[in-house]
Design a protein around this ligand. Structure first.
Ligand code: GDP
Length: 482
């Protein structure tokens, strides 16, 4: 073997030191069901790996990203985010949207870059592990349960179920409760029936568009707990002087509620949530605006609950539990490609009003909280159409099968130019319109994913089209790549 020169030895030492010192950043990606988590992560990873166009991501704009690639994740106990399967769905012919997030998963992407700092370059600090942790936003809604006993949980859940807009969905569960005595002997069959009806009510609300604060979150997205006794409980009406007799149904419900907290909710926060450094919360603002008052109210309640998890007040029990690790939280309104470019800033401005108000409702501070409108994977192209003397901004894309506009039903294969309408210029008035019963009327159709080739003519992977994904990356990790 040839003798090693000093410069070889130096390079070797530099590499080892670099590996040892490789920093990692844990980025949480969350949002309620269908908000766009799976697409966001898949598109983000693809654009990093393929060297996509990311002009507002400083390290990329300055040509300092050398390459990015997947590596084995650090946590063996968490399922891997199935990037390859999601990518295969998007690249299939015809392209299909992949399955959505149903549980926690993780993916490590390593970014090699040239540091802007001379010192970092000399000691070989030029790598960053980006550990992306995908988890359902519904699980965050459970955080307040840790501070509640069964009695408080029940009275809150039953007050919500009694609200007029929930009456229809809640009826079977409430009639079951009316015929069930909390003092009766504990009974597994009754527990199962009650939990099933309670879950059906929660699901019914979600399907009707409620985004919401409907705890317990695992009832909606059980992850690996489907069918577990941990999820076999329901709220019962108990007056404050009522004592729970031993062996009663109510005592059984209370026991299960406490187990749910200690074996499901707490471990998630201790083992996963508390270890995050940065967080993006994806929010489907457009759908809520389009559905109107109840959906907007639900979204706003959910945002307040989510903010409390990330920005607990300085003296709250929560900050004692979680510490204060996450220093940047980005709220992103997803699917901005359903609107023409002129409305992207407006969507962002509406989200900012929602977030600012949630910050004040949550009685917390907004340091390190950002807002953005994005489309992680752009399914439409901008175009214009003439309507009389007017030129209207339109979107060209393939509406998915069965979508309708003005009596036209789409077949899922034909491209169409759609005029979705514009959001109002003033975000406050847009929100107050959406909060009153008249939703902002936009012509929203769901589009199929764009047709994408896997590779370019020279064999390199294609980048995916997006809107402002680069700004999201810049907010979330740019300082780690300085
Ligand atoms: P989650 O994993 O449950 O948060 O949600 P997904 O990422 O699976 O997204 C749910 C659905 O929203 C997808 O199947 C798409 O139909 C749509 N969607 C998500 N992101 C985008 C986007 O950037 N553009 C468009 N046009 N649709 C999107």
């Amino acid at each position: 073997m040839a003798d090693l020169t000093y410069s070889d030895l130096f390079r070797d030492a530099q590499m080892r030191l670099g590996d040892y010192l490789t920093p990692s950043v844990r980025l949480g990606v969350t949002g309620l069901s269908r908000a766009g988590k799976t697409i966001f992560i898949t598109a983000l990873v693809r654009n990093l790996i393929s060297g996509g166009r990311l002009p507002f991501f400083a390290a990329d704009a300055e040509h300092r990203i050398v390459r990015a690639y997947l590596e084995p994740q650090p946590d063996d106990s968490v399922p891997r985010f199935d990037y390859e399967a999601h990518l295969a769905d998007l690249l299939s012919s015809p392209p299909a949207w992949p399955d959505s997030t149903r549980r926690i998963s993780e993916l490590r992407i390593t970014i090699e870059y040239r540091s802007a700092s001379l010192l970092k370059r000399v000691i070989g600090l030029s790598k960053l592990h980006l550990d992306i942790v995908d988890y359902p936003g519904e699980w965050l809604i459970d955080l307040p349960l840790l501070d509640q006993d069964y009695r408080a949980f029940s009275s809150e859940a039953l007050a919500l179920a009694a609200a007029p807009q929930r009456a229809k969905a809640a009826k079977p569960f409430l009639s079951f409760l009316a015929g069930t005595d909390p003092a009766a002997a504990e009974d597994e069959q009754i527990a199962m029936t009650g939990a099933k009806l309670f879950t059906e009510y929660l699901r019914g609300m979600r399907e009707s568009g409620a985004q919401s604060t409907l705890a317990p979150g695992r009832f909606l997205l059980p992850g690996d707990l489907e069918g577990s006794p941990l999820l076999t409980f329901f709220p019962m009406p108990l007056s404050s002087e009522y004592r729970l007799p031993r062996g009663s149904l109510a005592a059984m419900m209370m026991r299960r509620f406490e187990s749910y907290k200690t074996t499901v909710v707490k471990p998630f926060f201790n083992e996963h949530f508390a270890r995050l450094d940065r967080q993006i919360v994806l929010v489907d603002v457009l759908t809520a605006l389009n559905r109107g008052a109840d959906a907007v109210a639900d979204l706003e309640r959910a945002m307040t609950a989510i903010l409390k998890a990330f920005r607990p007040g300085a003296n709250s029990w929560l900050s004692a539990l979680l510490g204060r690790k996450i220093d940047r939280v980005l709220f992103a309104a997803t699917k901005a490609d359903h609107l023409p470019a002129s409305s992207h800033d407006r969507l962002e401005a509406i989200l900012k009003v929602i977030v600012d108000e949630a910050i004040s409702r949550a009685e917390t501070e907004g340091a390190g909280v950002g807002t953005l409108a994005v489309a992680a994977l752009r399914a439409t192209r901008e175009t214009t159409a003439k309507h009389g003397n007017e030129v209207l901004p339109c979107l060209r894309g393939t509406p998915i099968k069965g979508e309708t506009i003005g009596g036209v039903t789409f077949d899922g294969a034909t491209e169409a130019a759609i005029f979705p309408g514009d959001l109002p210029i003033d975000p406050e008035s847009a929100l107050s319109a959406a909060r009153s019963q008249n939703a902002i009327s936009l012509e929203l159709v769901r589009f199929a994913p764009p047709k994408l080739a896997d590779t370019l003519a020279d064999g390199r992977p294609t980048a995916f089209p997006h809107i402002r994904l680069d700004r999201a990356l810049d907010f979330l990790i740019s300082d780690y790549l300085a």
